[in-house]
Design a protein around this ligand. Structure first.
Ligand SMILES: [Cu+2]
Length: 129
């Protein structure tokens, strides 16, 4: 009876330790990189401009741009290119239709390079901390 009691106590301690470990792992997970599908279900398309609102991005997070490469692309631009919808010469252009871009710390700007799309709010600005 007493042995069984000790056994239960050990089991309880083991369970507590396991829960603590699980909590630590969950906590670690929240600080690791996150992958975001830009535009959520709609994907990378018109009027995606406000999609980053309310989200906090970290360096190492990945943005996934999902789109039909016949209809859109992704051009990485600077602040000026974002507001003017005019990419600087030599800007990096992604065209796979499933582009995974890992963020470094700082501001990042992406627009669609197809005529009129950036003007139709197919652009995002994100800041990674
Ligand atoms: Cu487009």
């Amino acid at each position: 009876m007493a042995a069984q009691g000790r056994g239960s106590a050990t089991q309880a301690a083991t369970t507590a330790a396991s829960l603590l470990l699980l909590c630590l792992l969950v906590q670690l997970d929240t600080t690791s990189a996150t992958s975001y599908v830009v535009g959520d279900d709609a994907g990378w398309t018109y009027n995606v401009q406000n999609w980053p609102d309310g989200k906090t991005f970290k360096a190492g997070d990945t943005l996934v741009f999902s789109y039909d490469p016949m209809l859109h692309n992704v051009v990485e631009v600077d602040n000026n290119g974002y507001y003017s919808c005019m990419p600087a010469v030599g800007s990096t252009i992604y065209t796979s239709g499933n582009d995974q871009i890992t963020l470094s710390e700082g501001p990042h700007y992406f627009i669609c390079g197809f005529p009129g799309h950036c003007e139709a709010a197919m652009r995002i600005a994100v800041n990674a901390f």
